[in-house]
Design a protein around this ligand. Sequence first.
Ligand SMILES: Cc1cc2nc3c(=O)[nH]c(=O)nc-3n(C[C@H](O)[C@H](O)[C@H](O)COP(=O)(O)OP(=O)(O)OC[C@H]3O[C@@H](n4cnc5c(N)ncnc54)[C@H](O)[C@@H]3O)c2cc1C
Length: 527
Amino acid sequence: MTYDVTIVGAGHNGLVAACYLAKSGLKTLVLEGREVVGGGAVTEEIHPGFRCSTLDHAAGPFSSQVAADLNLARHGLEMITPETRVLALAPDGRHGCIYNDVGRTVSEIEKFSANDAKSYPEFVNSFSRIGRVLAPLLSMTPPSIDQPTKTDLWHLGKVGLAFRGLGKKDEYRLLRWAPMAVADLVAEWFETELLRATVAARGIHGAFAGPWSAGTSLGLLWQAAMDGSAIGAASYPKGGMGGLSQALANAAKAAGAEIRTSARVAQISGAYADKPKVVLESGEEIEARAIVSNADPRTTFLKLVDPIDLEPGFLLKMRNYRAPGVVAKLNLALDGLPKFRGVEDTAKLSGRIHIGPEIDYLERAFDAAKYGEFSADPYLDITIPSLGDSSLAPAGKHVMSIHAQFAPYKLRNGDWTTRGEEFAGIVINKLEAYAPGIRELIIAGDLITPLDLEQKYGLRGGHIHHGEQTLDQFFTFRPLIGWAQYRTPLKRLYLCGAGTHPGGGLTGLPGANAAREIARDFKERKV
Ligand SMILES: Cc1cc2nc3c(=O)[nH]c(=O)nc-3n(C[C@H](O)[C@H](O)[C@H](O)COP(=O)(O)OP(=O)(O)OC[C@H]3O[C@@H](n4cnc5c(N)ncnc54)[C@H](O)[C@@H]3O)c2cc1C
């Protein structure tokens, strides 16, 4: 049977693309290499009775437009959004909480600094206004640099008008901030180190960068475009991140798409001509009119496509696409709720928990990665999703998900197969310093290293976002300049994953944008 579209990978973006393409009447097949759908958005059992979001632990946030278009609530998606965004811990036992509610947050900040408490509302409002102007860019196909179409110009014109509507102060802020080091930006607003570091962490999350690296403020602006705030919210699907993927898979199947798991694609061939096909590791060959890759750009072009099909200039640029992984993930099954020093109210643990109390701490953590070593004092972003979702652990017990950075993919001494345990020990020691006694609560644990991210989860180089999200790999430059419109030099091969605009995170937007372009090409009989 020949399909209109074969999608390689059932990450959430592959599934979103499948939903839209099947809804537009195209016969769509999704091939997932792993035994479960979801890519980064999966929930798996880490110990009998304990289920944890294996990789992602807080949604991007997922696009409300995509959720509504695909009717995900009807297909089982239920989101849990705690009032606490982030609990920031200081080594001396003090802590500060950032809530969705600005007034409540101001009261928390007052404990540290009256000046910061005064600045915070304007900080939030300014990012919210700027975020509103940037938001339309997220669901837009980046314009072609060489030949912008009338639609490209129309959309950009609308953004330009909104930009003019910001007023001079915010206009200048937006232009100044994007290339700035996030450490400089937060220092302009706040004097409390803990607050500076907690806000700045969003700019370096998943990136091979420290807070003093140029361009790291971009992460805050992009976060604001996605959910109106520079400080990422904690938002979980019920049942863990796999709950989102299951709802997407249900929606895709209801729209007529076929999904096959344990079907790893070994090769994409013939996509430059009229008969593209994928070859599975089993040797099975499947033809389609178009192939869409949800795998990251380097996996797609440096592993799945025969280099002979590609022009050397393109190949060289793809080899220079930067995707150095810096994150390891530790998932723990706990015998009870850990007690963090100084934190009495357990509701404060329901969002993200931040360990990385100073800008210098974060920068030093990055320094280690720069020189090929994992950090002895890593920056940790933690969630305890079982606090808000009792389906994840037996009564009274918990699962804890720890995003540990910096853990570079390439180690100067030794490798991840021999040194993973050592890093897990460092992370647990760090947790113990903030939550004494946690070690005794650990029933089971699973460390996922950057090497595992490559070998098991298909992320070449172990980068959590399929590639760095820096100014040179952004918008019209993502993944490469000239190829930001989900099309590729091979006329029947498209990209739909986080390596395309608007990048990583569980937003569903790369998949939705790609599907729109692919459906248009089918309609205009270009494929
Ligand atoms: C450790 C970690 C923590 C993260 N934390 C967060 C978080 O808290 N919040 C957030 O919003 N984002 C987070 N992210 C980022 C987020 O996971 C990604 O941005 C997102 O998963 C990208 O979705 P995707 O569908 O584009 O690709 P992926 O989720 O990577 O999916 C790609 C799919 O393609 C499949 N595939 C690859 N090659 C082949 C092949 N040859 N044949 C068949 N199938 C193939 C893979 O198995 C995978 O299922 C995290 C990522 C990681 C790794």
